[in-house]
Design a binder for this molecule. Structure first.
Ligand code: DGL
Length: 270
């Protein structure tokens, strides 16, 4: 048994889509979340910057005695996961490999769409990982960076959001996709809009579901699960607006008691 928290990071509110599943599936685990709103968005930044941001957050989390780190960001996973795994003295999990595995596990998976940030798409990480798992599939990879801001500014469920989704996903309409990987953790909050644009036949894949399964499995296998008699605590930190993060977290994690702290990475918690 190990009651230390799990550290979770993203560039912004997207990581809450992963936190939400962690809270449902692992309610006993305490979580420390860092939203790097001070550097949002990651998807338009260079690999060097993304690696530096993610590593700084990793050091902060290690300093707060987390037992492992979940990179709840596809962009940071694509650009920084191997570095984090080498540099940090804790296990570090990303979302891309589990996301690709989840897509291949769907019964029909010959034509797989992937939407992601500009940076993630440039790395080609999803097509590469998918083809390693299943060489014969056809992958349609599309950068849809503008969708990230819609979620970060909490404009999901508006006519404007639907129009933007329709426009951004138009290259995928008519491609007879079996599934669509929501390859950015902001995107599951646009699930309803994606469904309206693509219709009901396309399986929407949220990489977080398989990621959380694998995290749980790892903790169990290494006897690192938290005490099953306790309810885990959630602590939220933002390098930007703590209020913004807290408001998003209260809605999306269905917990009105959550409170956010501002974090200046070089100077510690303010
Ligand atoms: N939510 C992140 C991802 O999964 C990053 C979005 C961004 O900051 O551009 O890729």
């Amino acid at each position: 048994m190990d009651n230390r928290p799990i550290g979770v990071m993203d560039s912004g509110l997207g990581g809450l889509s992963v936190m939400r599943i962690m809270r449902q599936q692992m309610p006993h685990e305490s979580l420390i979340f860092v939203g790097d709103q001070g550097h949002f968005p990651y998807g338009t930044k260079s690999a060097t910057d993304i690696r530096r941001f993610a590593l700084n957050i990793g050091h902060f989390l290690v300093h707060h005695h987390v037992k492992m780190m979940v990179v709840a960001c596809n962009t940071a996973t694509a650009e920084a996961l191997p570095l984090l795994q080498v540099k940090l003295p804790i296990p570090v999990f990303g979302v891309v490999q589990p996301g690709a595995q989840a897509a291949i596990a769907v019964k029909n998976h010959q034509r797989v769409g992937v939407i992601a940030t500009t940076a993630t798409t440039k790395t080609d990480i999803y097509p590469r990982t998918l083809h390693q798992l299943s060489p014969d599939i056809t992958v349609f990879s599309l950068a849809t960076q503008p969708l990230v801001s819609i979620v970060e500014h909490r404009q999901t469920g508006t006519p404007g959001a639907q129009q933007l989704v329709n426009r951004q996903l138009s290259p995928l309409v008519g491609q007879h996709l079996d599934s669509l990987i929501m390859g950015c953790t902001h995107f599951p909050f646009l699930r309803t809009e994606f469904r309206r644009t693509l219709g009901g036949d396309v399986t929407l894949i949220d990489p977080a579901v398989e990621t959380v399964k694998q995290v749980h499995h790892y903790l169990q296998a290494h006897k690192l699960l938290a005490d099953a008699n306790q309810r885990g605590r959630v602590r939220l930190f933002s390098t930007g607006s703590a209020d913004h993060l807290m408001q998003g977290a209260r809605v999306w994690l269905h917990d009105s008691t959550l409170f956010g702290h501002h974090l200046t990475l070089d100077e510690g918690i303010q």
